[in-house]
Design a protein around this ligand. Structure first.
Ligand code: 5GP
Length: 219
């Protein structure tokens, strides 16, 4: 049986990275696809673990060689998902999780059969701003650039299958795990149905509405 692709997006500071790390340690048969980027390495980041860091020239060459399943320019840097690896994993029955932006997710729609799209949001715009400041890895100007596109990104969440509100990391990670397990390849029908029921409140059509939009200054 083929593996499934789980695409995670969300504004910078939504806590996606922490959630993805938790989910990877709790769910079997799930691998993280390491993206390539032209941005510089942040403190605490490890090459080949968080990203593969390459020059803009190298990245352009890779685009020319059709190396990426998708790529996008985000906050002035290039990011791309290596194609061969995820195709191989999926073919061999391994589930794959990607952490990519909304443009990249849009490009993957319809490319991988049964791919599941999950959008992570912080509880509100104010909480997000605080998290970005606490992270202290961005310059002030960079924070305002990132906040500036948050509203646009949140508006895109409508097109995802699930919206996960990241208030408490362990709860949010549990919601993502339920989504993954509800697609369950190896699990019994009974446990799949239980997981499916657990995902109901995270379905985009049940989250995306006036109350949700107001939290992000959207109508
Ligand atoms: P950061 O620089 O904060 O690690 O990531 C910035 C944004 O780039 C995040 O929204 C992240 O999801 C996105 N991103 C990371 N890897 C990829 C990728 O391979 N493709 C695309 N399209 N976006 C990516």
């Amino acid at each position: 049986m083929s593996g499934k692709l789980f695409v995670i997006s969300g504004p910078s500071g939504s806590g996606k990275t922490t959630l993805v790390t938790r989910v990877l340690s709790n769910v079997e048969n799930l691998r993280f696809s390491i993206s390539y980027t032209t941005r510089s390495v942040r403190a605490g980041e490890v090459r080949g673990e968080h990203y593969e860091f390459v020059s803009r020239e190298e990245f352009q060459d890779m685009i020319g060689q059709d190396f990426f399943a998708e790529w996008a320019e985000v906050h002035g840097n290039f990011y791309g998902t290596p194609r061969a690896e995820i195709e191989e994993w999926i073919e061999t029955g391994v589930d794959v999780i990607l952490d990519i932006d909304v443009q990249g997710a849009r490009r993957l729609r319809g490319v991988f059969d049964g791919a599941v799209f999950i959008f992570v949001v912080p509880p509100s715009l104010e909480v997000l701003e605080q998290r970005l400041r606490d992270r202290k890895s961005e310059e002030e100007g960079d924070i305002s650039t990132r906040l500036g596109i948050v509203k646009e990104e949140v508006a895109c969440s409508k097109c995802y299958d699930y919206i996960i509100i990241n208030d408490e990391a362990y709860i949010a990670a549990g919601r993502i795990e339920a989504v993954i397990l509800s697609q369950g390849q190896g699990d019994s029908e009974d446990s799949r149905q239980r997981m499916l029921a657990a995902t109901r409140d995270s379905r985009a059509e049940n989250v995306y509405g006036p109350v949700f939009l107001r939290k992000f200054g959207l109508k």
